[in-house]
Write a new protein. Structure first.
Length: 73
C-alpha cells in the first residue's frame, strides 16, 4: 500500500484543512458532508471531527481513497 506524504509548514493541521490541502474536498463546506459519509481513521482509530489536530507522523486512512502521512516541511 502506497502512502502519500502531505507536507505542512505549521506545528499541526486540522483534519478539515488537511482534506482541502490533499485535494480530497474543494471547500470547507464539503468537509462536514465528506466526513459524515466517508470513514476516516487517524493512526488506526476512527475519527470524523473536522477540527481534529494532525501532527507530523500522523497516518490518515480514508476509505477507497488511500493512506496519507503528515510530515513537517
Amino acid at each position: 500500500m502506497q502512502v502519500e506524504v502531505i507536507k505542512i509548514h505549521t506545528e499541526y493541521i486540522q483534519l478539515g484543512q488537511f482534506l482541502k490541502l490533499a485535494g480530497i474536498v474543494d471547500t470547507g463546506g464539503n468537509v462536514k458532508i465528506f466526513l459524515a459519509e466517508v470513514p476516516v481513521k487517524i493512526n488506526g482509530d476512527p475519527d470524523q471531527r473536522r477540527g481534529r489536530k494532525l501532527y507530523p507522523g500522523d497516518r490518515i486512512e480514508i476509505k477507497d481513497l488511500g493512506t496519507y502521512r503528515i510530515e513537517k516541511e
